[in-house]
Ligand binder design. Structure first.
Ligand code: HXC
Length: 513
């Protein structure tokens, strides 16, 4: 027996070495951790239980039978993050460049099946040269098996993808289907076709970083929701992200202990400028409303005219969607609508209540916006809010104009509570634009058109640049003093804790994708 045990130990020691010390050193020399180091850093110490450690590939072509590595380029395991069960796989670049073989894919699929059956998050740490070239279609089949499971698990368990090295070709589609992507700066990239193919087909000269690096996907494409400066930072961000999410769609996120104090917020009203045309930073309002240092911004560098992220309010996880007056005056455009819609749906499928902070002068005008589909993209945000069944509260901090008033979680599309500050302006449009249209004849025929314009603008502003018309109709439940905001929100959300809101029976809706 002891001989057999020794034999097992030797095999496991070999497996721990992946592709060998030389390749581990090469991974370190690029500033990257190994797959095993990444998992160990992610999971609570001593909680990792590896599965499939002795799996090997089944390829005999191209001399592959001489190159067998235990684990076959991916480590699959379960363990805990702050005592919560998670399933994790990490591709091992030291073994055939982390490329995906039939058996490598089987290991990931087995893990995904377990995660789905047991209702726990799955985290993929990607670092791979893509399809195992020596295996041809068997490798492609393996990818499709993973994609299929990603879709089946979507909305059931949280799926998080970290990109910690190459992720190219069709391999990008597994992360793309998951709930969150986080990319490590300078050591990761994602693209469907790499720089060489781009050069051949389009004659464009571009390097990997420019084409599909973390910065590119954080700012231009919006493919990645988060970036990290290095592997350690990436792992820490995953742990933080997990803390705001529940285990699955049947549960709610864990509450943190919270001691109630006097919840009055000091000097919050000073943040809104007297001049309604002057911008202010919505994040400074967010920070004052939520629990200290609890804001975890998502998609920070993409479409920054809308701010989305997780936070805690009296210890409970909430999702925040806020117009940002500092950028494009907070207008909704194509990218902001897509970003907002995606976040609303993410929160809704994982039972995370939504808080909307609204200061929006409307949709961004222009041919660029129209031709890029502001109609169908704006509709995504409208659709996402309308179908969300989680507790939903809106606070209008200043402007709520036009269609954007409807879209930003208005009472009419199912928000539970709608509040406004006294400085709110709820109208079809701003006073100047409205005056130019409805008082055009009177102003033109006046002996002093400039004076008439000012008077009419004032008349319109007095009538509509306030929250009281909406409050009189019940579209706003209450006009509140800014300093009372936190107290009001904590109370209101606490009344919604058992909210039940069922959608009509259907196969699935048809969001304008
Ligand atoms: C088999 C691979 C591999 C692959 C890398 N390796 N990619 N083995 N299949 N796809 C091996 C290399 O042969 C090498 O083995 C080791 O991994 C490390 O690779 P290097 O090239 O030395 O590393 P580096 O210089 O860092 O370059 C990494 C790389 C490059 C940029 C990822 O290896 C590369 O371009 N690989 C091919 C990428 C690719 O075209 N993949 C297919 C994409 S299409 P040795 O033994 O020498 O150390 C695809 C379709 C998916 O994936 C479709 C899904 C639907």
């Amino acid at each position: 027996m002891q001989k057999k045990i020794n034999e097992l130990r030797i095999k496991k020691e070999e497996a721990l070495l992946g592709g060998g010390q030389k390749k581990i050193d090469s991974q370190h020399s690029k500033g990257k951790l190994t797959a095993r180091e990444r998992i160990e850093l992610l999971l609570d110490p001593g909680s990792m239980e590896e599965m499939g450690m002795l799996v090997t590939h089944r390829t005999y072509d191209f001399g592959m039978n001489d190159q067998l590595f235990y684990g076959d380029g991916v480590i699959t395991a379960y363990g805990t993050i702050r005592e919560r069960l998670v399933y994790v796989y990490a591709q091992d670049f030291t073994v055939f460049g982390g490329s995906l073989s039939e058996t490598h894919a089987e290991k990931i699929c087995k893990l995904m099946d377990l995660a789905l059956r047991n209702g726990a998050p799955i985290i993929g740490l990607n670092d791979s040269g893509g399809a195992r070239i020596q295996e041809g279609v068997r490798s492609l089949a393996g990818y499709a098996d993973i994609f299929y499971r990603n879709v089946r698990a979507s909305g059931v368990i949280p799926q998080i993808s970290a990109i910690m090295g190459p992720c190219a070709g069709g391999a990008v589609y597994s992360p793309a289907i998951t709930d969150f992507i986080i990319m490590v700066e300078e050591s990761s990239y994602m693209f469907v076709t790499g720089p060489n193919v781009v050069k051949t087909v389009t004659n464009e000269e571009i390097n990997s970083e420019q084409l599909g690096g973390a910065h590119t996907h954080a700012t231009k494409s919006g493919v990645t929701q988060l970036t990290a400066v290095n592997d350690i930072d990436c792992i820490e961000s995953i742990k933080k992200l997990i803390s705001y999410l529940p285990q699955n769609c049947e549960e709610t996120a864990e509450d943190l202990p919270y001691l109630f104090v006097d919840e009055t917020i000091e000097q919050i009203e000073d943040i809104i400028p007297e001049n309604p045309m002057q911008p202010y930073d919505i994040k400074s309002i967010i920070e004052k409303i939520i629990d200290p240092d609890s804001f975890f911004e998502i998609h920070e560098e993409f479409a920054d005219n809308i701010v989305v992220g997780f936070a805690r309010l009296a210890g409970k996880s909430i999702g925040i969607i806020a117009n940002q007056p500092m950028v494009l005056a907070g207008c909704l455009d194509v990218n902001a609508s897509k970003k907002g819609a995606r976040f609303v749906r993410t929160c809704d499928c994982f039972n995370i209540p939504l808080l909307v902070l609204e200061d929006v002068p409307g949709f961004l005008p222009g041919s660029d916006q129209e031709w890029n589909g502001i109609i169908s993209n704006g509709a995504k945000l409208l659709y996402a809010f309308s179908e969300a069944t989680v507790p939903r509260i809106t606070l209008i901090t200043r402007k709520a104009y036009g269609g954007a008033y409807d879209v930003m979680n208005s009472k009419h599309i199912g928000a539970d509570f709608n509040y406004a500050w006294p400085c709110a302006e709820i109208a079809v449009m701003g006073a100047k634009g409205a005056t130019e249209i409805i008082f055009k004849k009177e102003i033109d025929s006046s002996s002093d058109p400039a004076k008439a314009m000012i008077e009419k603008e004032q008349e319109y502003a007095n009538k509509f640049a306030n929250p009281y018309h909406a409050a009189a109709r019940g579209f706003i439940d209450e006009v509140i003093e800014p300093k009372e905001t936190r107290k009001k929100l904590i109370k209101s959300f606490s009344t919604l804790i058992n909210k039940v809101d069922n959608l009509p029976r259907k196969k699935h809706g048809n969001i304008p994708l």
